[in-house]
Design a protein around this ligand. Structure first.
Ligand SMILES: [Cu+2]
Length: 252
């Protein structure tokens, strides 16, 4: 058994290094349009990096065993029971338990705290946007600004301001998803669900297709087309656009 440890560890390390190199050159993080995107991406990258040595450990164990312990021909009897490896399950139990606890604390609890989820205090919103989902449109109302965009083709948001979406549905379950912000919340009939985000930079669907409000819950034949463009403007430009939309709505 002992003589297998060193080649096994060498193979494990080699595959881990290759895996981490692949992760390093792979673009895992598209545009980060909000503060939440940074939290979510950090958690995602951490989990991916951590999974590389674990995955390599299992793959090398499998491959190494297949090659090294192969016995030609059909087996005539069971192999003798292995009794001298009590340390291996013990180490395995301790390491995997420690990793699981680490992940629960970070990025689990720390991430929830940063996002204001799971009972952690939510930061007050600068702007509340009511969103009503229906097959297959989004209707958006800017609370206190007197602007409602029925079947909105475009959702306009201010950069650097905390936005809370209060979401509901008039028919079946939909899901509000803005990929550039990494936020998602179900739209449920008879219920108001909320999700908050702070866009950090200006952006538009034309410049990056992740700037879109997309339904993320299969809701019928028009589901894939249940999309509104998202545009993030500087606060002053946002106020001007709101004023324009108010005027347009007031015009006969
Ligand atoms: Cu939908």
């Amino acid at each position: 058994m002992r003589r297998h440890v060193i080649p096994y560890v060498v193979l494990w390390m080699a595959l881990t290094v290759i895996g981490l190199a692949v992760v390093g050159v792979t673009d895992l993080e598209p545009v980060q349009g909000s503060e939440e995107a940074v939290v979510v991406d950090d958690a995602f990258r951490f989990l991916v990096v951590l999974s590389v040595p674990v995955f390599a450990f299992v793959v090398v164990a499998l491959g190494y065993s297949v090659v090294t312990f192969r016995v030609p021909g059909a087996p005539t009897a069971d192999a003798p029971a292995v009794r001298e490896t009590r340390a291996i399950p013990l180490v395995w139990l301790i390491v995997t338990s420690a990793l699981a606890i680490l992940l629960i604390v970070n990025p689990g609890i720390t991430g929830m705290a940063a996002l204001g989820l799971g009972g952690f205090a939510e930061r007050p919103a600068d702007l509340v946007v009511k969103v009503e989902a229906e097959q297959w449109n989004w209707t958006v109302t800017y609370e206190g600004l007197g602007v409602t965009l029925t079947k909105a083709t475009e959702v306009i948001l201010p950069a650097g301001r905390r936005v809370r979406f209060d979401v509901t549905s008039t028919d079946i379950v939909h899901s509000l998803w803005i990929p550039a912000f990494r936020v998602k919340i179900d739209a449920v009939p008879g219920l108001t669900t909320s999700v908050s985000t702070t866009p950090t930079r200006t952006g538009s669907f034309e410049a990056d297709p992740l700037y879109r409000l997309q339904c993320a819950e299969l809701c019928g034949t028009g589901h894939a087309r249940m999309v509104s463009r998202v545009t993030v403007l500087e606060p002053a430009a946002f106020e001007r656009r709101m004023a324009e939309l108010r005027q347009r709505a007031a015009a006969p």
